[in-house]
Design a protein around this ligand. Sequence first.
Ligand SMILES: Nc1ncnc2c1ncn2[C@@H]1O[C@H](COP(=O)(O)OP(=O)(O)OP(=O)(O)O)[C@@H](O)[C@H]1O
Ligand SMILES: [Mg+2]
Length: 636
Amino acid sequence: MPGDTKPNGKTSNGRSKRSRSRSRSKSSAQKSDKEAAGEQKVASTRGAPRVQAPEDLPVLAYRENIIDMLVENRIIVVVGETGSGKTTQIPQYLLDSERFQCLFENKRGLRVAITQPRRVAAVAMARRVSDERGTRLGDVVGYCIRFEDKSGASTRLRYMTDGCLLRECLGDPNLANYDVVILDEAHERSLHTDVLFALMKRAVKSRNGQLRMLVTSATLDTGAFSEYFDCPVLEVPGRSFTVDLHYHPVSKTQRVEAAVNVALNLHVREGPGHILVFLTGMEECEQAVNLANTKLQNMVESGKEVSDCLIVPLYGMMQSDDQRNVFEEVPEGCRKLVFSTNIAETSLTVAGVGFVVDCGYCKQKFFNPTTGMESLQVTEVSQVQAKQRAGRAGRTQHGKCFRLYSEETFHRSLLKITVPEILRSNLASVSLQMKAMGIEDVVNFDFMEPPDCVRLVKSLRLLFLIGALDADGKLTSLGERISQLPLEPQYGRVLLSAVDLGCVSEALTLVSMLSSEGIWFRPSRQNADQWEEAQATQERFVHRLGDHLTLIRVYNMWEEEGCSPEWCKANFLHFRALRQARDIRGQLYEQLEKVSEASVRKAVQKRERDDRDRRRDRDRGGFVMQSRFLGELALR
Ligand SMILES: Nc1ncnc2c1ncn2[C@@H]1O[C@H](COP(=O)(O)OP(=O)(O)OP(=O)(O)O)[C@@H](O)[C@H]1O
Ligand SMILES: [Mg+2]
């Protein structure tokens, strides 16, 4: 095996490939001169790198082995410690290897898709790799996430969310646009990645050697993967830096305050290194930022010497620009304190992090098939997640991780691996996409870990009820149009029906508001006055006919106020969530126009004209008319 040639490397496979591997090593040696020349050629087309990849990354020693294995096998699994260089380096090794590129018959140049379970990771990884290559983001290296595509015809490395790749499979199940697909962070077992496992297996087979696939992770049940894909596994040993573990148990309800206290203690006592704190959700992160700012202010006012500290939140629904603040450099002597959800758990590198505080909990999606409702619940992290979190402290320096639970809890209470999302989420969207790809027998599909049959059948029932499937389980033309919208099927159906019912503008607003993170800002209950003020202010938006009309009302009022951030602040609303809803609305509007049979544009323009008239009347008459359209929508 190629890996056998390395001193500490380990490759494994259910099948024996020893003899083949020996000849492979030889042929790679024969080709290495030619390849080196090829690499020089590719390298010379690069601009000056804005950042340099660390020179001693563990994967570097396995560069040839990875290429050898991928030349020899259509699918391989690569497992390496967090920070070893899997996400940023392996795609570049493939792109720079002429020997590897010779495998492919097409002459358009190698194209690699690299999936990430989260939007923020896809963006950050693309940005980092394009910086390493000295190219403009969106040129050779780009990204594609829902509602945002920064890639073009010249893009060779395309970082994307697994959901986006799944959507591409819908248009082309063979993924002819790509030569290599890397399913990264496979241990996360996100719903889309699990479906992609099966779809990729089919695509690789049908492309007959012209599509290669890598499954990569830091913490993976390699046996199960090797068996499912019938492929070899390359284990890359070694990590960038060590991380010391400290246990500091606190009660679940005290976790936010305890995390802030530990972080501020570290800030006051420890030497260089930024601090990354893992909490469960956006509210907790915002709450922790406020609390940390207040405590720091109190320290300064009480005459304590405290060095500079930039306190920032990081969660999935933040705008890309705001997320960027987290990764930007700070002046020397200033420490960054980042309060993050589990989005920073895998893939992302906040450069210079030396300390991690792990509260031990995260929010996980759970679907209740009886009620048909999906909810985010605060649950204990798995051991795999805890290891990933700790690993964030050792990516650019030796680090320390403070776990806010006991060592006994880690071993006795935490699950070994995270329960795959496919076993706990709503499957309607995935079932619809599979039907749209022509996969008729969804229930007996070759999933790596098949979900409960009852849940699959329930998802098909829901699709039937919204008219996406007929009584025989066949995709209807309405179902086909719904499947083209990047939304849960129910929302897609709402939009398409709204076009016919003349309330598309309101439906677009509603679906966009439901697709963005919560708009309501909830101050801490400890600050009773502010809490009560927020309650009273927000109650003014409440529509007697329910939450949906309340959301539409908030959005319309915000637009009438010129989309002002000050207005949001005064009304205890998250400006970022509303701005995001506006962006999503714009994207959905365009996509709906493409799939809808009637003209969305005309309907929306008419609505905007009516809005303008209403505003004019209001300004003249001095009273606010209740929207006729809201009334109409409510009656439907
Ligand atoms: N944005 C960044 N800023 C600074 N250094 C970075 C950045 N991104 C990557 N690096 C460096 O490159 C190394 C490799 O990063 P990469 O993301 O490829 O590792 P990985 O093996 O994919 O880790 P993980 O399993 O945690 O996703 C990191 O250890 C770090 O030293
Ligand atoms: Mg990675």
